[in-house]
Every structure is written in C-alpha cells, then in structure tokens.
Design a protein around this ligand. Structure first.
Ligand code: FES
Ligand SMILES: [Fe+2]
Length: 335
C-alpha cells in the first residue's frame, strides 16, 4: 500500500466551507470542496488543462470550477470545458468521508479499514489541527516518547527529578506498538490539578497504542494515588493522527475526549471544555515549538544515544516504512 491508500484526515470539517480548500497530502496537492448538498469531495489540485490550482476557483452546484478558463469537475473528477464541450477530460478524484470533525480521504482503488475511534463513556472536548515542522518519523517520535514531559509540558507528565523512577513497558505486533508508563507526576497547572483531582506525589499513568494504517496513536492519561486506591476524577483520551504534508512538514490532527466521575450531565466537563481545549492547543504548540529547534531533520536513528524511553523509535520506524509507506521490511538498528 502507498501513503494515500490509507484513510487519513486532511482538514478540519469547520475549515471547509463554501470555497474550495487546497491541501497537500504526502506531496500530492488536493482540492477539497463541498457539493450543493454539503457533501465533501476531493480532486487533484492541478487543473489538467493548464495546471492552475483548482482550489483557487469556486464551487458551482456539484462541481468545482477552475478560475482560469472555467472548466468544471465533479466529485468523480469528470471534467467539462465550456470552450470545447465535445472534449472529454477527467482528473484524479478521491474517496472522501467526514467524521469526528475531520475530512478524510484515500485513493479510490484501496480498501483499508477506517480507523476505529473508541469513545464510549467519554465526552468530546475538541478536534484540532497543527502543522509540525518535521518529517513524519520525527513528528511521531515526539508524541511517542514521554521523557520530554518533564521539561516541555505543564498539564501532564513526570517529575524531571524522579524521571528515573518511571516504569515503561513496550509490546508490539506486526502492525501495532503499545507503550505503558507509570511514575511520579510532575507538579502541574494548579487549576487543572484541583479540577482533575491530582495530589502531590500521585502516579501519572500514560498508555498509548500506535497503529500505522494510517499512522495514529491513542493516548490514555490518568492519575492514581501511589498505592492505586484513589483515582483522579478525570481521564483523558486523545487520538493523534500524523499525516505527512511533504518531506519537511507533518500535519497533526488531534481528537480529544475526557471522562469525568463528577456527578451531573457531562460530569462538569462542558463547563471547562473551553479551558481544556485551550490547554491542549497550547501543549501541542509546545511540541511544535520544540521541533523547530532540531539540529538535524534526518530520520535515521543510527548513531543516536538513545535512552530506555526510546526503544519505541525503532518499533515505529519499521512499521511506518512497511505498513504505511508500503516499503519492503526494514531492519532498524537500535542503539
Ligand atoms: S487551467 Fe484550468 S481551465 Fe484552464
Ligand atoms: Fe509532547
């Protein structure tokens, strides 16, 4: 399978309105638009006539119209030219879906499973998009490693001075990598700590599973007392999808949920959703900012002095290459 053979998010639903929207997915320019019924559609963003971006045009009924000479294309890519009505033309079109506040696409001929988002008992908090200034592998590395939580984040993570106490486990199958972490929480934003019910010295639990068709991770975050007898009032569940725009930029789409044990509808989460949304956005921006400072954007891991938290890098690289990019099985050396 190639990269566009997987269902992957390419835009926030709320960003696709009456005008077409140009995106780049795995180096392919794509024009998204909504037909008259509001259904999303996607075609190549290169007009087959003289290569203007179709996304610079407009929507006319069920068709996208090129701004240059007025040729139009339907959701299946069938084209019509006002100046040469007998000529047949067509362009590449994609399968499109809209779910969880995101517009997703894939190649027409592939038949992958659609990612299953498990959110029973959870309340949706927000769906966000960020552009990460790094290739896919480095973006995944950042979100699949918890050692940086001691320094970079302030609403979750481990106490930097006690990072050596964090227990980490790895499990993997052909197409999945699971990591669990448990250790002393860092001091987090006091308002958060109070609402979530976190006390000094509590154990922070961070479990995630990464899959590769498309590339995404599901994170579960919660806190307990050190003996496990008391649990925080709120649990988080985040799905993060990693979509390469090109070789230097990765788009990160996050779908966040929370579950509360407070009484009442939504367990009070609706009241604080605006604050949670703001903090999640800020935390992901902290990751993005960190990635601006990489000295080298190469994706190889040979020669790196990897720590006990970094075993996951080799596991995810091998599966990104084989499952997501459709490359022959790689042997990835671990330091
Ligand atoms: S370039 Fe699109 S119609 Fe001519
Ligand atoms: Fe992070």
């Amino acid at each position: 399978m190639g990269m566009l053979d997987h269902w992957q998010p390419v835009a926030l639903s709320r960003a696709l309105r009456k005008k077409p929207l140009g995106v780049v997915v795995a180096n392919q320019p794509v024009a998204l638009f909504r037909t008259a019924s509001g259904a999303p559609a996607a075609v190549s963003d290169v007009c087959p006539h003289r290569r203007l971006k179709l996304s610079a045009g407009a929507v006319a009924g069920d068709r996208i119209q090129c701004k240059y000479h007025g040729w139009t294309f339907d959701a299946c890519g069938n084209g019509e030219s006002p100046g040469a009505p007998k000529m047949t033309t067509c362009t590449t079109s994609y399968d499109v879906r809209e779910q969880h506040g995101l517009v997703w696409l894939k190649n027409r001929h592939s038949a992958p499973a659609f990612p299953h988002i498990e959110s029973d008992g959870y309340l949706p908090i927000c769906t966000l998009a960020h552009a990460v200034p790094a290739p896919l592998e480095l973006a995944v590395d950042n979100f699949n490693e918890i050692e940086h939580s001691g320094t970079v984040h302030d609403t979750f993570g481990y106490d930097l001075d006690r990072m050596s106490e964090v227990k980490v486990t790895f499990e993997s199958t052909d197409d999945e990598v699971r990591v669990t972490n448990a250790g002393p929480t860092k001091r987090i934003n006091p308002l958060f700590a109070w609402f979530i019910g976190i006390r000094k010295g509590d154990t922070f639990h961070d479990h995630w599973t990464t899959r590769f068709s498309p590339v995404y991770s599901r994170f579960d975050h919660w806190w307990t007392s050190t003996d496990g007898s008391r649990e925080s009032m709120v649990r988080w569940r985040l799905y993060i999808f990693f979509v390469p725009q090109d070789d230097q930029t990765t788009r990160v789409f996050s779908v966040t949920f929370a579950k509360s044990r407070y009484p009442g509808p939504g367990g009070g989460l609706r009241l604080v959703r605006w604050m949670f949304r703001r903090e999640i956005d800020r935390e992901i921006r902290s990751d993005v900012n960190m990635l601006y400072h990489m000295a080298d954007y190469g994706t190889g891991i040979e020669g790196l002095k990897l720590s006990r938290f970094d075993k996951v890098l080799g596991l995810t690289r091998e599966r990104i290459a084989r499952v997501y990019r459709g490359q022959p099985a790689l042997r990835v050396a671990l330091a």
